[in-house]
Design a protein around this ligand. Structure first.
Ligand code: GTP
Ligand code: SPV
Ligand code: MN
Length: 601
């Protein structure tokens, strides 16, 4: 069998920063004995280390250097074509009992799963280098910050972790020598990148993750979905905080009044774009800044929710990114960026569907084949991604490193719904807001393998990421609300409603500022709203639509509640709760009954 990741041999002074913590050393020794690598590379996060890893990756064709003038210090990686997205079918929560994992997760018994995985890992790194990657999730001085170690045989993973986390010595220092300290154990091996031997397994009770058979993003950057969300949500419930699939943004008025907003949209439903929004010209003096684009860790202080972004970079969807849709993202990914599965132009630049300007006359597509504008295939994979340091973002919020996080004024839920769900509405209170989150649905996207465009319930955008029983997760949300004296207001948005012609009714992107402005108005108790069965709805004149070319009918359609459609929706809420087999808390069942009753009033 071909070795997918031949060993590399660093000179003295690179790859030899062994941690001092004996618990880490023992664990790495155990994994080394099992996987039998050629050598062990202890990462320290230095520039020298990075340069060496890049040079070796170029030699082994694991990376392609891009045109230094067009995209300085940036590289392209092509994953195996069978390995381009998260695999929810092969993602497991391995709690001692099935009940702890709950009705929405794949569960497998921990002891059996460990032995199955250890069998697969036995000798898996023969002829390869085993990298030990220390990292922290969260601002260096935050109490929420967690230490993790990822063992991997992929240089692409190491180079991505450098961007996506605070990696290296900082983690060794934070962990210290205490062998009893809490840290996450992550083991990743490419094996032979065979979908039949691809498993992403979480052992929350052991703070352990084992991922095999994939080399792609959310499956292998174990800091992200695996630790910060699945294990994170499990720890959060135990420890009384929240780990959520949410962006965090700051919005400052011309008078200098600032609010922070957190928003949960499912994968590939607009978090990165919303987090980097640039207000349209009409909103002169308004400023939006990014704290995070994918994950929020939140805790209660002074009766309020405070949020930190545990990550250090953005792993974002490339297709559709342009100076028109997201100029801040374009500036961010113009240098020091690691691209995966985009097209390569003849002059060494990257290209993707939806990029500004004309398509190139010829390119190499994401698989490595010749491509021209006449090709039937897409040049970039629909789930092609960039990994870019958050410091590249011109709109990075100045408080992104703040240990105590930022206070959250509003939480927004949102899915991709072509019908039924209005552009924006507000929950009556926290419990009703939890209901909005618990019943949200979205059309599936290319971010995970499987059918695209199918409406599925995705509570709080956490369906694929909640590391324990969803009923307990709902209960945790309700419990958090009881501890808040100044809870954030809760909203639901839908940028994706379509008209009879099948086109989006709402222009989206920067124009979402108009919706955000109403959210802020509501937080400041000055925005108008009408009571509707689903919640507080803005009337057309409550939204600032000045300077936007949109007709009255379109706005009416965006804000409309179609009773027939909603009868179907209510039936689906019930069917979803029923499908969870009795774990849904009474508070949410009552919310559902009240919603049904409001429709008959
Ligand atoms: P993950 O990284 O998978 O969690 O995705 P995300 O939620 O950050 O989504 P992202 O912002 O990357 O957007 C995904 C896709 O939705 C891209 O193709 C965007 O162009 C598109 N999109 C984002 N915002 C809008 C919007 O306001 N309107 C429309 N029509 N499309 C949008
Ligand atoms: C998502 O799917 O929500 C992502 C991309 O953010 S991945 O990291 O691959 O999960
Ligand atoms: Mn995401």
């Amino acid at each position: 069998m071909k070795n997918l990741a031949p060993a590399i041999f660093p000179p003295n002074g690179i790859g030899d920063t062994k941690p001092r913590n004996q618990a880490v050393l023992d664990w790495a020794h155990e994994i080394g004995k099992l996987t039998k690598p050629e050598n062990i590379f202890w990462c320290d996060g230095s520039e020298r280390e990075k340069e060496f890893l890049i040079a070796e990756s170029l030699k082994q064709n694991a990376l392609i250097k891009l045109n230094e003038k067009k995209v300085p210090r940036s590289y392209l990686h092509r994953s195996n074509p069978n390995d381009v997205a998260r695999v929810e079918k092969f993602t497991f929560i391995c709690t001692p009992t099935k009940e702890e994992a709950g009705p929405t997760n794949n569960w497998s018994e921990p002891a059996e799963t460990y032995s199955k995985l250890y069998e697969l890992l036995n000798g898996a790194m023969r002829g390869r280098t085993m990298f030990v990657v220390p990292y922290i999730m969260g601002p260096p001085d935050s109490a929420l910050t967690k230490v993790g170690f990822e063992i991997t045989d992929s240089k692409y993973v190491v180079l991505s972790m450098r961007i996506m986390t605070r990696m290296g010595k900082i983690a060794l220092e934070r962990l210290g020598n205490d062998t009893k300290a809490e840290w996450n154990r992550g083991v990743h091996s490419l094996l032979d990148v065979n979908p039949d031997r691809r498993f992403i397994c979480h052992f929350p009770q052991d703070n352990t993750i084992i991922s095999v058979g994939s080399g792609y993003g959310g499956n292998v950057l174990l800091s992200k979905k695996c630790l910060a969300l699945r294990i994170g949500s499990y720890l959060a419930r135990k420890q009384g905080w929240m780990a959520e699939h949410m962006l965090i943004l700051g919005v400052e008025s011309p008078e200098g009044k600032k609010h922070y907003v957190a928003a949960a949209f499912p994968s590939a439903c607009g978090k990165t774009n919303f987090a980097m929004l640039i207000p349209p010209a009409h909103f002169k003096g308004w400023k939006v800044t990014t704290v995070g684009d994918d994950i929020a860790w939140m805790e209660i202080r002074d009766g309020r929710l405070f949020a930190v972004n545990p990550e250090n970079g953005y792993f974002g969807v490339v297709p559709g990114t342009s100076y028109k849709s997201n100029p801040n993202a374009m500036k961010s990914i113009g240098h020091d960026t690691l691209y995966t599965n985009v097209a390569l132009t003849d002059d060494g630049d990257v290209w993707w569907e939806g990029r500004d300007g004309d398509p190139p006359g010829h390119a190499i597509d994401w698989i490595g084949n010749d491509w021209t504008p006449d090709s039937k295939e897409k040049a970039a994979h629909p789930n092609s991604r960039f990994a870019t340091p958050m410091r590249n973002n011109p709109a990075l919020d100045p408080d992104v490193e703040k240990a105590q996080g930022v206070p959250i004024s509003a939480i927004i839920f949102g899915g991709r719904r072509s019908g039924t769900v209005p552009l924006v509405y507000e929950a009556f209170d926290w419990s009703h807001g939890v209901y909005l989150g618990a019943t949200m649905a979205s059309e599936t996207t290319a971010a995970a393998t499987g059918e695209v465009g199918k409406v599925r319930r995705d509570p709080m955008a956490m369906l694929p990421f909640c590391g324990y029983n969803i009923g307990d997760y709902f209960r945790h949300w309700i419990g958090i609300g009881k501890r808040l004296t100044r809870p954030p207001l809760i909203f639901n948005v839908n940028w994706f409603r379509k008209g009879a012609n099948g086109k989006f009714l709402w222009p989206g992107f920067g124009e979402n500022m108009r919706v955000l402005k109403w959210v802020i108005d509501r937080c400041e108790q000055r925005g108008g709203a009408l009571k509707s069965p689903v919640g507080w709805l803005p009337s057309p004149h409550d939204l600032d639509l000045d300077g936007l070319d949109i007709d009255h009918q379109c706005v009416a359609d965006l804000l409309g509640i179609d009773h027939e459609e909603w009868q179907k929706e209510l039936a689906e809420h019930k069917a979803f709760f029923d499908s969870l087999g009795g774990v849904v808390p009474n508070e949410l069942q009552e919310q559902r009954e009240q919603l049904v009753a409001r429709f008959t009033e």
